[in-house]
Design a protein around this ligand. Structure first.
Ligand SMILES: N[C@@H]1[C@@H](O)[C@H](O)[C@@H](COP(=O)(O)O)O[C@@H]1O
Length: 260
């Protein structure tokens, strides 16, 4: 695990964009795992800037969203398919037909989960997965209690997550109770995981994820079992980390030839 403590979310976004740019230059047809929520927005802003200013191309790439609400009307502005389109796809040159999301309006949600798993596999798996972190430690929409081996499936949101996400809707009553999310096992299959967490409200979840026991109570903690995971956190989100000084020391002394 690599924990990088940065001064702000723009710096975190730029570092994640560095990793994505390096991947795309080495492998133009890379498969990107796309996260929603507010944390990854600085990454998408930076990728859009690099596309515009220096021709970083996503033309051969593919994208897979982590999750989707169940029960929103197709095209709802807060559906994650729409958020990914608005914040990422339409700002770069990726083929919209190669950006996928689970279909939260599918008649058979269980079958849709299996179809989505098969689609990720058929694409060759995710090369780099962007992740945010819920205040309760969730990844995607894998709420506390999720199996660490879970695959794409229906989940019920906690009230804490519905309240956290109510800011995107007119009222909490409009936040769906159900979602379709890649499982923790699905997420763990990605080759490189890049988690971005900023702000003091994420500090307890960051601490539990990085330094707590590996437990379904904190789904993020499963990342401790992944061989290539990068945590990009700001000072506020890092404020409860026991080994913060060591992470800073490691970053300050990182060999210049070693990427993320
Ligand atoms: N399903 C998403 C997660 O993928 C995201 O990580 C989390 C945190 O969101 P934010 O980054 O806005 O704090 O929100 C949602 O629940």
């Amino acid at each position: 695990m690599e924990v990088v403590i940065l001064s702000g979310k723009e710096q975190a976004g730029a570092l994640a964009a560095d990793a994505i740019e390096a991947l795309l230059r080495a492998k133009p047809d890379a498969v990107l795992g796309l996260a929603t929520g507010s944390s990854p927005l600085p990454i998408y802003d930076e990728l859009a800037r690099r596309h515009r200013d220096r021709g970083l191309s996503f033309a051969a790439a593919q994208g897979f969203a982590l999750d989707e609400y169940v029960g929103l009307a197709p095209g709802h502005p807060e559906s994650y398919a729409e958020v990914v389109r608005r914040e990422f796809s339409q700002r770069v040159d990726i083929d919209p037909a190669r950006v996928h999301a689970p279909d939260g309006a599918a008649a058979d949600i269980a079958a849709e989960g299996e179809r989505y798993e098969a689609a990720i596999k058929a694409a060759g798996g995710v090369d780099l997965q962007i992740l945010g972190l819920g205040t309760d430690g969730h990844l995607g929409f894998n709420e506390p209690g999720s199996s660490l081996a879970s695959r794409t499936r229906l989940k019920t949101l906690t009230e804490q997550t519905r309240q956290d996400n109510a800011r995107f809707f007119d009222s909490i009553d409009e936040v769906p109770h159900h979602v379709l999310t890649q499982g923790l096992g699905t997420i763990m299959d990605a080759k490189h995981l890049v988690l971005i967490a900023t702000g003091a409200n994420k500090a307890p979840a960051v601490h539990a994820t990085v330094e707590g026991p590996v437990t379904a109570i904190c789904p993020g903690s499963v990342l401790q079992l992944h061989p290539h995971v990068t945590f990009l956190v700001d000072e506020a989100a890092a404020s409860e980390l026991t080994l913060a000084d060591y992470y800073r020391h490691t970053w300050a002394n990182k060999p210049s030839w070693q990427g993320l």
